[in-house]
Design a protein around this ligand. Structure first.
Ligand code: GLN
Ligand code: ZN
Length: 767
């Protein structure tokens, strides 16, 4: 049985490409050195895949920044503002490429970067292609050809990967009115055909064309576009075998269309949508065709060992219907979304052998694909047994399964999701028990994290400073920030989050059921990587997590000190999660842990508690039809965490994204007493969403964009507040920046917050 891979992580197992890119951008290494580093990573990846025994290894899955940007460059979709960088004589492709990704400010040039957005429901961000009405395409970058040739030199005939023409258009954006980007297809296809033809003349036989948009809800025009595109390409390059790859969801909304595309092979994701297998196998026209079905059985989105027994059932079913020559085995999607190599995790104190034995990272997943191929031929039965033993140990391990936690989740009652009184009553009560001025000022939680703060935390982690010394340092930082907040004149203070490196990791480290890796990096965008914590077991809070710091901070001021927690959905969303129970169950376990923390803060005298949920929107399923179910449990999880307190205690939440219209109902149902939100992109749009919905609770629409070092003036912020007052009742309006300040510097933070407080005071005068 043929095995293949859709894509491999590409920053290097030691993040070699990250370091090289950053040095190149800083002017510390030459272009040749960067290209060399990239080539090493690429070659290492090919070698790893070859050694693992993968038959069709991808090329052009490597990227110096992003594969969508690569595609834009391949077809010459370079926006006008970068054209001045093209000079006829020298090859400036890489400079243009990075300018598109990151903007450029040098030698009197100041050209802004292209927009970036999330790749489907992953935490990977791609560069959004820009299109004009009279957009022209022409072959520009030959990276795909070079990569193919590079591997060929190593003796590997690869399967080049291209982002498909329809998904490429759909993922982009129209930069002017009067057309839909899908209308550009006709102009785009000849460029794809040209590239494919050249690949064919150089010896390519299989090409993988990624069309993840085939799993989304498509309009009729978009469906027609898919048909046209593949009819065109089939005619243009009959000598090539095309494999269309879909992933992240099933193809069911576009089943007939997808099954009829005139291509040699179709890849489907059986991890996210295993029910599609039977549907496909029941389609007579597909079954009676010669088409190959590639089964994505190994999870490319998570870190757990594959269940061989289950995968073999899928493979067997497909072989029974299609015959073994028409079934390929693969990961569900590119392995870009998982860390490189579990073998790099050598610290057994951090990742115990028992837990490690349940996991597989990219390299191990290659092994799984190959093993599945062998098992389905009746070979290597010992590996099946080994796999079953590992999975059985996971199913029953006491490290994972905690009866008390499961029972508690089951025992949750309707009441547990409800505050004692409705918001209107709470507002009344809080208005009396928590005297605050009109337009209270506050911040979102974190303050600038100086090098000194980071160094202390790192040293403490490594055991280089004592706990006592570390805590004295953090206390001093907190106290200093309190004196400063008082001087600036803020009404509700925060402790500053100096003890936290990350808003999820900090909590994960204190909860059971979590493990951390040392090298489990996953690309987030460009050279930026994240190391998501891993939830492997039932989550419990052995002891208080934040009470010590919050009460210390409260003891240093007469003003209200806001407790600061991360909400259950965000903790879930930014971790690798269990695949042995629904996400909802894990979210509820975390919610109960946060609920306990909230209650303990309340008992310790903290009157205002913020539960951050910046990631609620990110968790939205890819298809609309699935939104309601997700939002129901996500909002329930938040409510469960927030509803254990008395009416007097004020619950805040914070969110950072700019589109609210389509989830206003869910936001309102969270029923936080106060919500603070990011508005940096469009304050007006946000306010409209809240006023159209007649959002009843208190709200702090950010008046200061923390993503930029720019210090807004008093007038500017006062003006925004006046605007807000047109739609928000005065007693409901809070004044705050639009997100945490940890990435800013003190100098600009100080000035900006003084201006913000002045703007709030100015507004109080006018009322
Ligand atoms: N409380 C967090 C902070 O201030 C919130 C961060 C976020 O919204 N992403 O950093
Ligand atoms: Zn935020």
């Amino acid at each position: 049985m043929v095995t293949h891979n859709l894509g491999y992580p590409r920053v290097g197992s030691k993040r070699e490409l990250k370091w090289a890119s950053e040095q190149f951008w800083a002017g510390k290494i030459s272009k040749d050195e960067l290209l060399w580093a990239g080539r090493q990573v690429r070659r290492q990846n090919w070698q790893t895949q070859q050694e693992a025994g993968i038959q069709w290894i991808p090329s052009n899955d490597f990227s110096y920044y992003d594969q969508v940007l690569d595609t834009a460059l391949m077809v010459g979709a370079v926006p006008e503002r970068y054209q001045s960088l093209i000079d006829g004589k020298s090859n400036r492709e890489l400079e243009i490429y990075f300018a598109m990704a990151r903007g450029i400010q040098q030698n009197g040039l100041d050209i802004r970067a292209m927009e970036m957005t999330k790749w489907f429901d992953t935490n990977y961000h791609f560069i959004v292609p820009e299109f004009l009405k009279n957009q022209q395409f022409k072959r520009y970058s030959d990276k795909v050809i070079h990569d193919f040739e590079d591997a060929k030199q190593m003796g590997i005939l690869t399967k080049p990967v291209l982002l498909g023409p329809v998904s490429f258009l759909l993922l982009g954006k129209e930069k002017e009115a009067g057309f839909h980007r899908i209308d550009l297809l006709e102009r785009l296809l000849p460029v794809y055909a040209d590239v494919l033809r050249e690949l064919a003349t150089r010896g390519t036989t299989w090409v993988q064309i990624d069309e993840p948009c085939l799993t989304l809800d498509l309009s009729e025009n978009e469906q027609i576009a898919f048909q046209q595109a593949y009819e065109y390409l089939a005619r243009a390059v009959p000598q090539l075998s095309l494999l269309v790859a879909t992933y992240f969801e099933s193809i069911q909304p576009n089943l007939a269309l997808t099954l009829q595309l005139p291509v040699a092979a179709l890849h489907v994701d059986l991890v996210r949508g295993n029910e599609q297998l039977e549907v496909i196998l029941a389609d007579t026209s597909f079954v009676t065709s010669q088409r190959i079905l590639s089964l994505g059985v190994v999870d490319g989105r998570n870190v757990w060992k594959n269940d061989f027994t289950q995968s073999l059932t899928f493979i067997q079913r497909a072989v029974d219907v299609l015959g073994k020559d028409r079934v390929w085995i693969a990961p569900s999607c590119s392995l870009l979304h998982v860390p490189y190599d579990l073998d790099l995790e050598k610290n057994e104190a951090v990742l115990t052998p028992e837990i490690k034995n349940w996991m597989a990272f990219a390299k191990q997943k290659l092994g799984e694909v190959v093993t599945l191929g062998r098992l389905s031929k009746g070979e290597a039965q010992g590996l099946l047994l080994e796999n079953q033993v590992a999975l059985e140990s996971r199913r029953t391990s006491l490290l994972i399964h905690k009866t008390a936690v499961k029972t508690r989740v089951q025992a949750v009652q309707t009441d547990d999701f409800e505050r004692d009184s409705a918001f209107a009553v709470r507002q009344q009560i809080q208005g009396e028990s928590l005297p605050l001025p009109l337009f209270p000022t506050t911040t979102i939680g974190s303050f600038p994290q100086t090098d000194e703060v980071r160094q202390w935390r790192a040293k403490y982690k490594k055991g280089e400073v004592t706990k006592a010394d570390y805590e004295t340092f953090v206390e001093a930082e907190i106290e200093r920030s309190i004196r400063w907040q008082e001087e600036v004149g803020l009404d509700v203070l925060v402790h500053g989050e100096f003890e936290r490196n990350d808003m999820v990791e900090y909590f994960g480290e204190q909860l059971t059921g979590y493990v951390f890796t040392q090298n489990g990096w996953v690309q987030s965008y460009g050279s930026r990587c994240v190391k998501p914590p891993i939830i492997y077991g039932d989550v419990e809070r052995p002891e208080a997590m934040t009470v010590r710091w919050t009460t210390f901070a409260q003891s240093k001021t007469e003003k209200y000190m806001k407790g600061m927690l991360t909400g259950p959905v965000t903790i879930l969303q930014w971790s690798f999660v269990r695949d042995d129970q629904p996400r909802k169950d894990t979210a509820f376990q975390i919610a109960l842990a946060i609920r306990d923390e909230v209650q303990e803060l309340e008992q310790a005298g903290i009157r205002i508690i913020q539960i951050d949920e910046p990631a609620i929107r990110e968790g939205l399923p890819l298809r609309r039809a699935d939104w309601a179910a997700y939002l129901t449990w996500a909002v329930d999880a938040f409510r469960l965490s927030a509803s254990g307190v008395a009416d007097q205690t004020q619950i805040h939440t914070h969110m950072c994204y700019s589109e609210f219209n389509d989830i206003m109902e869910a936001i309102a149902r969270m029923d936080a007493d106060v919500i603070t939100i990011e508005t940096s992109r469009s304050q007006m749009e946000l306010l409209e969403a809240f006023s159209d919905f007649q959002y009843p609770n208190e709200i702090g629409p950010g008046v200061y964009d923390i993503h930029s070092p720019r210090v807004p003036s008093v007038e500017e912020m006062a003006h925004l507040l006046e605007k807000a007052l047109r739609t928000i009742p005065a007693r409901n309006l809070w004044v705050n920046p639009d997100c945490g300040l940890k990435t800013r510097r003190w100098a600009e933070t100080d000035q900006a917050l003084r201006n913000m407080v002045a703007a709030a005071r100015q507004l109080q005068q006018t009322i």
